[in-house]
Design a protein around this ligand. Structure first.
Ligand code: C5P
Length: 400
């Protein structure tokens, strides 16, 4: 899986830098092309000569190769890579990456890198546990980077605890799994709807809901990482889609979402309908702001929106897969199963508002998947990213 993969290996100033030599050997043996970028502090721990010999490429450390005016292009390097791995990653480099402090070649390259990023922290246990480090790591995780958790054991400080860089063999296996997984949806076109819709009342007011879009965006990232071409139709959300294989279409109302979905669906191999689409919209929307005028009551007349899921379900052709979500508060399984049938979905993902940590605006979700064969699979509470993996795994089983 690593054959011909281009990997930038970032090395920072940690005693665990001695493991980088072995890491390079393993990667090169598997057929990867490795370009080392080392911080000035990193060079205190391992020599560039060792690293360039093993990687068969000159090691990059400074912005300028010498003072003759030629420089190392961090932009070209960032675009060249299939993955960037920072191992070992010190607390300082993690902090700089999390905050965009690009004062060395490694962090500058990181900021230019569009490829997936893997970070293997290595530091003393208290530095690792410090809230600053943990917050920085959480921030990097929120960018979609992969944190390779350090292990517990004896540290260079002679203390025992969590902070040892993961062993090179494990890191290489992790990369192999990542690249193996990144091909499973190659050539598939997937349509995803996400977020709420806003139904306009007047120029300043709307009917909306609490959907954050996090689940749909996590699904889009997961599908794109597995090689799919994703069209993400997003209602008003404050999220960004990072993967280059995601084509994002921003919409506001259910009608706009419907139009975009209907247009995209014929080309799609699958659609995952995650958006919390408003069922109703105001019959008319006022061009001017509606005045209160001392009225005690006010009546809004609503009219039903089109059901996107049911419309796509009616259009679905042989081989296309359609999945939706259900958020229920009572008699959940029955309602979800009925909804699946009515909308002609291949499976439906049920999340209950009664579960703490599940549903709107949270970073976690607890789901059950109900399929056409009547099978129900319940999953434990997980991050929305991990839930997205489960849902896409289910989708993939329908193509096998
Ligand atoms: O009927 P209900 O809104 O509970 O159904 C939820 C599922 O249907 C979700 O997958 C949602 O994205 C989809 N839906 C839709 N268009 C609507 C209403 C719901 O696509 N107008």
């Amino acid at each position: 899986m690593l054959k011909d993969k281009r990997i930038i290996l970032g090395i920072t100033g940690s005693i665990a830098a001695y493991k980088s030599a072995y890491l390079i050997r393993l990667l090169v043996k598997k057929g990867a092309e490795v370009q080392v970028v080392i911080t000035p502090a990193g060079k205190e721990f391992i020599t560039p000569l060792t690293l360039s010999t093993l990687s068969r490429h000159p090691v990059i450390s400074e912005f300028f190769s010498n003072r003759d005016g030629s420089w190392h292009s961090h932009v070209d390097l960032g675009l060249w890579a299939d993955a960037m791995l920072i191992a070992p990653a010190t607390a300082a480099t993690i902090g700089k990456m999390a905050n965009g402090i690009a004062d060395n070649m490694l962090v500058t390259t990181y900021l230019s890198c569009k490829a997936p990023v893997f970070i293997a922290p290595a530091m003393d246990l208290d530095m690792f546990a410090h809230p600053t480090t943990q917050q920085n790591i959480d921030r990097l995780r929120s960018f979609g980077h992969h944190i390779i958790e350090p292990t517990e054991g004896e540290l260079a400080s002679a203390l025992e605890g969590k902070g040892r860089m993961e062993e090179p063999e494990k890191i290489v296996t992790l990369l192999e799994h990542f690249f193996a997984a990144s091909h499973t949806l190659q050539k598939k076109k997937i349509l995803i709807t996400a977020g709420p819709t806003y139904e306009k009342i007047d120029p300043v007011r709307f009917i909306g809901n609490y959907s954050s879009g996090k689940m749909g965006f996590a699904l889009a990232e997961t599908c794109a990482r597995r090689g799919a071409d994703v069209t993400l139709i997003a209602g008003p959300v404050s999220l960004s889609a990072k993967h280059p294989k995601i084509k994002r279409i921003d919409v506001e109302s259910a009608e706009e979402m419907y139009q975009a979905a209907i247009k995209t669906f014929p080309e799609a191999d699958a659609a995952l309908l995650c958006a919390a689409v408003a069922d109703y919209r105001p019959e008319t929307s006022s061009a001017d702001k509606i005045k209160r005028d001392d009225k005690d009551r006010m009546t809004l007349h609503l009219t039903a929106n089109k059901d996107i899921a049911a419309s796509l379900g009616a259009l679905k052709r042989e081989g296309q897969i359609l999945a939706g979500f259900a958020l229920e508060t009572t008699d959940e399984i029955r309602h979800a199963q009925e909804k699946r049938k009515k909308k002609n979905l291949d499976f439906i993902v049920l999340n209950s508002l009664r579960e703490p940590g599940a549903g709107f605006r949270t970073d976690t979700n607890k789901i059950s998947i109900l399929d056409k064969q009547g099978e129900i699979t319940a999953y434990p509470l997980k991050s929305k990213q991990a839930v997205a993996e489960d849902i896409v795994n289910k989708l993939e089983t329908l193509w096998i």
